[in-house]
Design a protein around this ligand. Sequence first.
Ligand code: URA
Length: 266
Amino acid sequence: MENNLSIREILEWYVTAGVDETFGEVPFGLEASKPKVDAAPKPVLTTRAEDSVSPRAATTDLAQATVSACKSARELCAEAQTLDELRKMVEDFDGCALKLTANKTVFGGGNPDSKIMLVGEAPGADEDRIGLPFVGRSGQLLDKMLKAVDIDRTTCYITNVLPWRPPGNRTPTDGEIAVCLPFLKRQIELINPEVIIVLGGSAANALLDNEEPISRLRGKWLEYRKNDGKTIPVLASFHPAYLLRNAAQKGKAWADLLRMRQKIMP
Ligand code: URA
């Protein structure tokens, strides 16, 4: 078939599909970078064309793959006794298709003995390139926000709900969140912080298992219930990326962080 698309149209198509940056001059396919095949129970990541007889069957396959990936993540997590073990499990986990398009697995980072754990949504382009959470523009604003309440970022533990960047920074699906949540929950158990700050509505909804908008959640103490029934106080606040676009809301985010500081350093 003749291809009459201009270079601009082709590039626009790539950007729409989530391919918004390049990492080298030579293209490589997913085949070449296929993850290792030795991980424990192996959920189906994609539906093969010959298997998908109808959209309904494909949807059912996907739902089953998600359920099986969630189970596999939960079972794996229970075995992780240290953060390093958990990091290795996340790096080796093949149950979330986001891993196929991500450049790096972005596990949590910072002080594992911290009283403060900050949880964002998912790595962005900079985090995906470097492999650490909150190192791009949002991270730089986060550092300043913490500094404004006299907290050095390096004294905190910082992580995300998802360890892999969704292509083009799209909103993660419920299935992707469900599959990755056990890894976050195990991180919380292993860090055992005194307070958790969730940044943005998506992270807050995932961790608190609700659908409230961030405007209703922020500014008040909420609770995260661990598997052992004990609770950790949670404060939801605006995501730094939102604050970069809505500077007028920075005062509220500052008030949230002050509230957190007063709780841990009365
Ligand atoms: N946004 C997030 O939610 N997390 C990051 O690590 C970076 C940007």
